[in-house]
Design a protein around this ligand. Structure first.
Ligand SMILES: CC(C)(COP(=O)(O)OP(=O)(O)OC[C@H]1O[C@@H](n2cnc3c(N)ncnc32)[C@H](O)[C@@H]1OP(=O)(O)O)[C@@H](O)C(=O)NCCC(=O)NCCS
Length: 149
């Protein structure tokens, strides 16, 4: 990853750009209020952004509860995908979660999202169970994945 990319914690001023990433990435994007609440009202939430020259390229969010980190979201702007940036972002989040005391990381992913599943497997995630009808837009099942960190 080239030096012009930096990781830092998300702040309120980022939300406009985060919403652009969000709407380009998810069928049911989170709202402005959801991100505001994560930044100010959720003491378990840790959100990082990947930035290049003040432009937010991607972000990743996690809830860290005692020794388990639950990834809520990870996304990269479409024009920047396929350059190992999503991998770098998730690796960074794994490092932060470990430093904060997490010993495992888990997430849900759409059963049809093979790109994301491939990324997670590359980073050592294993298949857990299936959560039936987890996604409200199309009742798609979620695959639970987890990894020790
Ligand atoms: C999932 C996502 C974050 C991956 O980001 P990315 O920067 O494009 O991925 P990277 O370039 O870092 O690729 C890392 C690994 O992901 C997998 N991957 C990435 N693009 C892929 C593709 N087009 N097809 C298959 N696997 C792919 C591969 O395992 C890849 O490793 P490799 O290059 O050694 O094969 C990105 O596709 C995205 O934002 N998708 C929309 C949002 C989303 O689905 N988030 C996950 C929700 S659970």
């Amino acid at each position: 990853m080239v030096d012009s990319f930096v990781f830092r914690y998300m702040k309120e001023e980022d939300i406009d750009q985060i919403l652009e990433v969000e709407h380009a990435s998810f069928a049911t994007p989170w709202s402005r209020e959801a991100f505001y609440n994560e930044i100010y009202n959720n003491k378990f939430a840790v959100y990082i952004v990947l930035e290049e020259d003040d432009k937010i390229i991607g972000y990743c969010g996690t809830w860290i509860v005692i020794d388990e980190a639950h990834v809520t979201n990870v996304a990269i702007l479409p024009a920047y995908r396929g350059r190992k940036l999503g991998e770098a972002l998730l690796r960074k989040m794994m490092t932060i979660a470990k430093e904060m005391g997490a010993r495992s990381m888990t997430l849900e992913v759409r059963v049809t999202n093979h790109v994301a599943q491939s990324l997670y497997r590359k980073l050592g995630f294993q298949n857990g169970g299936i959560r039936k009808n987890y996604y409200s837009d199309n009742q798609e099942d979620a695959l639970v994945m987890w990894v020790n960190i």
